[in-house]
Design a protein around this ligand. Structure first.
Ligand code: NAD
Length: 454
């Protein structure tokens, strides 16, 4: 591969090979996690297809449009193969991954039967839990220790034992645990020093997901957060990530309704159509829905879901079109639906001369079916990032999140298409290929030989 990128040669990397097995450490072995694990084993046996996964299916264009090469991502960059993944995790209930997958009811029993042995072998380690952070669950499989620092150390011992017993040299941790109640970062989260003092003094502002993130990063393991609670999205832990040169990403997997929002809103804005309001409501009946029935946990979700429209529409630039947009989000716990969520969106738009129109969306989705490929991609990309020597916030993975982490002075990007270009261009840059800007004027105005890679 050429190391002479015409645009960012200084950012091209020498990437260490993905030798050996890769550990996948999951706090929260629930519906999403078990759907991922079952799916990977089914794929590895040739019994399932990884639809929805960029790392497994997508090709990116390299070279000019007159002579393009469409290279699979997994050939462009050295990714771990799904057959190299070894799973382990924590939960606050002791059921093994097979029992949990059966209870979650996402995958049909016939599919689960084909990977029963593999799932049964994954028995969760006792979790780090605090009732105040997830009020609707009453866990029974929980670590106890005098301080939060001792809990972090217990997690690190779990990690070490897991890696030792499987002969692993690399791992990634991804939070698939329940949504914790809404909190904002405060003084104890501001610096690593304050945070470590808080761990030792049992500061109540330090949530379990932060303790897992601390344990991962301090062990040199990349961390991603699939839920809306802060977890790694605090200055203290990004400081720790930079110190240990560990990549981190978050937060809240971008799956059903928000994925649709970040597809449609950029289109409306691109066409300068106005928005009077966007009402989104969902019914879902899985354990995630039960947790989100608590107003504290729902508030975390509401904030990550809500930030999406504000950021895409830029009402400060287009007050006439978007300043008055009324954005309302509801999630209703409705047990008969299980994981088969149904989302409705009513979008009130206006066009030429201010005349109103409506768009209605009725998305009958399966939450965990949309989330599992995201988890797989994040695991493989974070491992790649680590081997490429990247560290701290991985903004190029914002494609996968409802509320992407970014450097505090940068506006996070929510538009799915810009996020996608950011991701694929980052991969091109890492291997020294030219980025694509899709402008194309050079093909017409300046002659192909001098044309850039648009
Ligand atoms: N499409 C999606 O499914 C989707 C999208 C975005 C975000 N999420 C988020 O991903 C997370 C997982 O979703 P799910 O549907 O698998 O939920 P789930 O309820 O099936 O699984 C969560 C698991 O986490 C466990 N848990 C809770 N607190 C824990 C702790 N402190 N330590 C260890 N385990 C703990 C619970 O016992 C449960 O088994 C949720 O936070 C959810 O909001 C899911």
């Amino acid at each position: 591969m050429s190391k002479e990128s015409s645009l960012y040669p200084e950012l091209a990397r020498t990437i260490a090979p993905a030798d050996g097995k890769l550990g996948v450490l999951i706090p929260g072995l629930g519906a999403v996690a078990t759907t991922l694990i079952a799916g990977v084993h089914l794929m590895n046996k040739g019994l399932g297809k990884p639809y929805g996964s960029l790392t497994q299916l997508q090709r990116v264009r390299l070279g000019k449009r007159t002579n393009p090469r469409f290279v699979p991502i997994k050939e462009l960059v050295p990714l771990a193969d799904p057959t190299a993944l070894v799973f382990g995790g924590w939960d606050i209930f002791p059921e093994d991954a097979y029992q949990t997958a059966c209870n979650a009811g996402v995958l049909p029993a016939e599919m689960l039967a084909q990977v029963r042995r593999e799932l049964e072998s994954i028995k969760p380690w006792p979790g780090v839990f605090e009732q105040d952070y997830v009020r609707n669950l009453h866990g029974t499989h929980i670590k106890s220790a005098p301080t939060k620092m001792h809990l972090a150390e217990a997690l690190m011992r779990d990690i070490e034992a897991f890696m030792g017993s499987h002969g692993l040299r690399r791992a990634v941790m991804i939070w698939c645990g329940s949504t914790e109640v809404y909190t904002e970062a405060g003084p104890v989260h501001a610096t690593l020093e304050a945070f470590e003092k808080g761990l030792k003094e049992n500061a109540k502002e330090i949530s379990p997901s932060m303790i897992y993130a601390y344990a991962a990063i301090a062990s040199g393991i990349p961390f991603a957060n699939g839920a809306p609670n802060l977890a790694v999205d605090i200055p203290a832990l990004t400081e720790l990530a930079n110190k240990h040169r560990v990549p981190v990403a978050g937060k809240d997997f971008k799956t059903g309704q928000t994925m649709m929002k970040t597809i449609i809103a950029p289109g409306l804005k691109a066409r300068m159509l106005g928005l009077a309001g966007w009402f989104s409501t969902n019914i879902l009946g899985n354990r995630d829905g039960e947790v989100l029935a608590d107003p504290g946990s729902f508030r975390s979700k509401e904030v990550t879901k809500g930030s999406v429209l504000d950021a895409i529409l830029q009402s400060d630039l287009y007050p006439e079109l978007y300043e008055k947009c009324y954005h309302k989000i509801r999630i209703e716990y409705y047990p008969p639906r299980g994981d088969a969520k149904e989302g409705w969106d009513n979008i009130d738009i206006f066009g030429w001369l201010g005349l109103p129109m409506q768009i209605k969306i009725n998305f009958l989705c399966r939450d965990s079916i949309l989330a599992a490929p995201i988890v797989l991609d994040l695991v493989l990309f974070l491992d790649l990032a680590k081997r490429a020597g990247l560290s701290g916030i991985q903004e190029w993975l914002s494609f996968y999140f409802k509320s992407p982490m970014s450097r505090p002075d940068l506006r996070p990007e929510h538009d799915l298409f810009i996020q996608h270009l950011k991701l694929t261009n980052t991969l091109r840059i890492l291997v020294g290929e030219e980025v694509l800007d899709h402008s194309g004027l050079d093909y017409y105005e300046s002659g192909l030989e001098r044309g850039r890679n648009s």
